[in-house]
Structure formats: C-alpha cells, structure tokens
Design a protein around this ligand. Structure first.
Ligand SMILES: [Zn+2]
Length: 542
C-alpha cells in the first residue's frame, strides 16, 4: 500500500513538473483580435469551407463562450472596441457612439477625435486621433502599468478607432490612411514613425492589392449559404450597375474612395495582417522578458457587411478568405513563439442586422424608419404644443436632444416635455419604445432593454429621449444594412480564447464582452481596468 502511494506520488510529481515546464509562467504575447461586425453564427454558417487551421482550430483547441453578447445600446464600432478593452460599457467608459452630439459645442464629436494632436505620416486630416475621449483604463493600459511600461502594446486597424481605443492611453496605435495608402499614427503617440513602419509603407502594398480583381474563391454557384449574387438588397459600388462578381478594383477606385476602396474588399484584411506581422517583427513583440500585447482589428468585414449584407456571396467569400488569413496568422505565431506560449482572444465589436428589404421579402416584419421625417414631425408637434421655437436641438444615434435653454426660458418642466415627445414618437410605425432620460436617470434597471439603454447612457452626454426600433428595423435605405440595436443579431458575437493556459471546450452560458478584459486580468495576474464591470469567465480559468 505504502509503496503504491509512493509510486503515485512520484508519477504525479513528474507529471506536474512536466506540465509546469510546458506552460510558461506568463504568455510571451497576447493577441487580441476583433473582427468588425462579425456575428457569432458566422463561425458555423460558413464552416463547410473553413480550413482546419483558422476559425475551426480556434474553436477546437480553444474555449468558446457560445452565447456571448453586447450588454448595452448602441452597438457600434467605437463603443464595441472600448467595451472589450475596458471591461465595461459606454455608461462608464464614455464612448457612447462613434460620434455624438455635444450640447456645449453645438456639434457632434468623433469618438477618437483630438484637435490637440496632428498626423505622423499619412494625411493631415487623418491625424487628429487619440484615445482621450475614453474615460477609463484598458486591459492594455493595465498590462503596461503592471510592468512599469516594460510591456509593449501595439494597436492596429484600418479604422483609427479600431486601433486607438484598444491600444488604450499608454500603447501605440497605427491605422490606415486612405489618402496615401500608408499606415500612420498621431503626435499623441510619437514624433516620428518607426523605421519598420516607414519600410512597410515604402512597399505600397495597398496600391499593389488594388491592382487585383476580387473574384470569389469558388464558383459563384457553389456559395449555397448565400442568396443569388445579383439581387436588389445589396448596394453596388459606384460605377457598377450590379452588386455582382467580379470586382475589377483598378476601375472602381476613382469613384469609390481611391485607396480607401481596399477597406471594402478582403484585401483590407490581408493588408492588416501584413502590417500586424511587420509590427511583431519591428517591435520585437513577445521577445522580451515581459508579456506584450498586439491588438489587431479587422475593419473590412464591416465595410463589406454594410454594403452587401449578411446573406451575400461577397460576405461569405470574405469570411472564407479571412479564415485563410487566420490560418496564416496562427501558423506564424506557432513558429515564432511555440504552441501554447501565446494567448489569443477573438471577438467582434458588434453584429449586424439583415437587410430590412430582404427580411420583408421573406415575410419577416421589418422596415426602414425615415428618421428625417420623424424629426420634421417632431418639430411640428413641439411648435404646436409649446409655441414656435427651435425645440429639437439634435437627433442622432436614435436619441433626441431637446433645447434645454428654451425649455427653461418658457418655464416648462424638462421631464414633462421628454414624456410628451416620447409619447409622440410612438405613433410612428417601426418605433417600438421610447424612454426618457428622466426615467433612465432615476431608476436602476437590471434586465431588458431599459438595462441595455442604461448601460449605454452617459448622464452628462446622452440625449433626452431614447428610441428603440422594432426588431429588424433600420434607419437606412433599401439597400445595404447596419447595426446599433440591443437585439441579438447586433449583440451576439464570438467570445473565444485560445492558446496559453486555455482549456479546450465551450459553454452556452450567457456571457458579455465586458467579461473579456477581467478574464485577461485574472490570467495575466494584473489589475482590472479601473472601470471594469464585467466578471472573469470562470470556465476558462478553472
Ligand atoms: Zn459598421
């Protein structure tokens, strides 16, 4: 008996010793991947032609939270990136939309705008960018703080906000400049581009990729998961009559954003990954004593999704190609750090609605609300109710901003006017609910749409009346689609961890994207971002 126990002890010790040797004490590199507009179901929907080394490998070897959601309204790119990296929602981190109306300025500001900085590389007008509107720390900030800034952080994306918000206040960020085709940064980060960025830009890869014709990877007929290539739901590029393959990029460039056209093609993903790998080499990421962090966001799926919608062959082809890019990425990371020595997470900044006219064609209740018309009717109603005046200051992000000064001057009660307006807008088809700022400010909602609105609400900056449209309703036109709601097509996104200390598996428990950063805090043994409200995903940690 004794001898047996000893044997077990020896075997166990050997095994534990071996395990400790295999998994390093900390990961050399964390790679945060955001796919702009990626819905969770794309992991399954297009799986028949995914390879074994991309999405499927992440799912098979990693841990997937299958029921991961955004937990606030509005689900846009700026708030999405900020929420993943801060572990909290717009109510706390302050990025309440991509752009939002500021009463004191009497104009809208952009989430990553900063008039005090200027472009480093790239074009003048693309350089006024920094994370200063982000009010809390990110997981990348906390990694830098934890090592007295010996850890390096680099954020990369075609969209500036997809790079600067994830990189936090202490990291470096680079984004694509459609004017020059270069990756650039701003004086917030540095005074000169590093040599490796200059060398990358000299290759003029964007110009090269735009010599291509975007052909589908397989024959058009074989895309059985998508509707016919030619249909009335997709928005064609300017200068092309139909939304159909092939797309000859050189001839489309002039009328479709010049070099910026690359963002609306799968080559935008190729370019982004090329630059990410150049950053790894150029900065020596993961080669030092401390854990480094590469935050890379793939913006092109969003451009393609807006234009063609989730049922298009263009979108399916883009995901099949992105899958190939991910295989290239993971292979590279294996070769440079060794399997299990780097940590990856994959998520998205929001999902997307189906094209409203497509849903209608399939008899699903849907539609487009003409928000300009609603605004006009609102002005008429307010003039009739309170006398002639400029009562409606702004309508944006499905929020109505009332003229507070006028309301005060006329001796009206703000909450009463909010109630009147909220009740009035309910008469429009497509408007499901309207909440007043008064109600959002004076109660705490734990569930449902009021909770989602509250988690996206900033007491100092948000509007007076918040609209919720009916499911599947949008505010756009007949072709193309968008996102921004609290419905599942916009909230349900991948939450997937892979690599260092991550067990293989999955869970269908409800989780939120704000859980990603706290999970990383626990894994990396660093402080939580200072506004974090999410909770660590225990399934991955235990
Ligand atoms: Zn979008």
């Amino acid at each position: 008996m004794k001898r047996y126990s000893l044997l077990v002890f020896i075997i166990t010790s050997l095994f534990t010793g071996l395990q400790a040797q295999q998994a390093s004490e900390k990961p050399k590199l964390v790679v945060g991947i955001i796919v702009d507009q990626m819905r969770q179901d794309y992991l399954y929907k297009f799986a028949d032609r995914y390879g074994e080394g991309g999405f499927k490998r992440l799912m098979k070897e990693g841990f997937m939270m299958k029921n991961g959601h955004y937990n606030y309204i509005p689900t846009y790119t700026g708030p999405g990136h900020a929420s993943v990296y801060t572990g909290t929602t717009p109510a706390t981190h302050g990025v309440i939309a991509n752009s939002w109306y500021v009463r004191s300025l009497n104009r809208s500001i952009y989430c990553a705008e900063d008039s005090t900085v200027y472009n480093i590389g790239g074009s003048l007008n693309a350089g006024k960018i920094s994370p200063r509107n982000l009010l809390t720390t990110t997981i990348t900030d906390e990694l830098r703080f934890s090592t007295n800034k010996r850890s390096k952080v680099v954020g990369i994306a075609i969209k500036d906000r997809g790079a600067s918000l994830p990189a936090g206040h202490l990291g470096d960020a680079y984004w694509f400049d459609s004017g020059t085709g270069e990756f650039m940064t701003s004086s917030y980060y540095m005074e000169d581009l590093p040599a490796w960025v200059k060398q990358f830009n000299e290759k003029q890869l964007a110009q090269q990729y735009l010599q291509n014709t975007w052909e589908p990877l397989y024959t058009v007929d074989s895309y059985v998961n998508s509707i016919d290539d030619n249909n009335e739901f997709e928005a064609p590029f300017i200068g092309k009559d139909t939304p159909t393959f092939p797309y000859e990029l050189p001839s489309l460039m002039e009328n479709n954003g010049g070099l910026g056209l690359i963002a609306s093609t799968p080559f935008g993903n190729t370019l982004t990954l090329d630059f990410a790998l150049a950053a790894i080499e150029g900065e020596g990421l993961g080669k030092g004593e401390e854990t480094d962090f590469l935050a890379v966001s793939f913006s092109s799926p969003d451009y393609i999704g807006h234009r063609f919608g989730p049922t298009s062959i263009e979108l399916e082809d883009n995901y099949l190609r992105l899958d190939q890019e991910f295989e290239r990425f993971l292979k590279y990371l294996d070769e440079h750090y060794g399997k299990g020595n780097y940590l990856v997470f994959l998520s998205a900044d929001h999902g997307v609605a189906d094209v409203a006219t497509y849903m209608e064609s399939e008899n699903v209740p849907a539609g487009n609300l003409n928000i300009g018309y609603v605004r006009g009717q609102l002005m008429g109603f307010a003039n009739q109710s309170y006398g002639e005046g400029d009562w409606i200051e702004n309508v944006s992000n499905e929020q109505i901003f009332l003229n507070h000064r006028l309301i005060r001057e006329k001796g009206l009660e703000l909450s009463k006017v909010q109630d009147d307006i909220a009740n009035f807008v309910l008469r429009f088809k497509g408007v499901k609910e309207a909440y007043t700022a008064h109600s959002i400010k004076n109660a705490e909602f734990q569930t449902g749409r009021p909770h989602l609105l509250q988690m996206g609400y900033n007491h100092k900056a948000s509007g007076d009346v918040l609209l919720v449209l009916e499911p599947a309703w949008l505010t756009g036109g007949a072709r193309g689609t968008s996102h921004g709601t609290g419905f599942t097509y916009d909230t349900h996104v991948p939450i997937l961890f892979f690599g260092w200390n991550v067990p293989a598996g999955s869970s269908s428990r409800y989780a939120t994207v704000t859980d990603i950063a706290p999970t990383l805090s626990m894994m990396l043994q660093i402080r939580l971002p200072n506004g974090a409200t999410g909770q660590p995903i225990l399934e991955i940690l235990e």
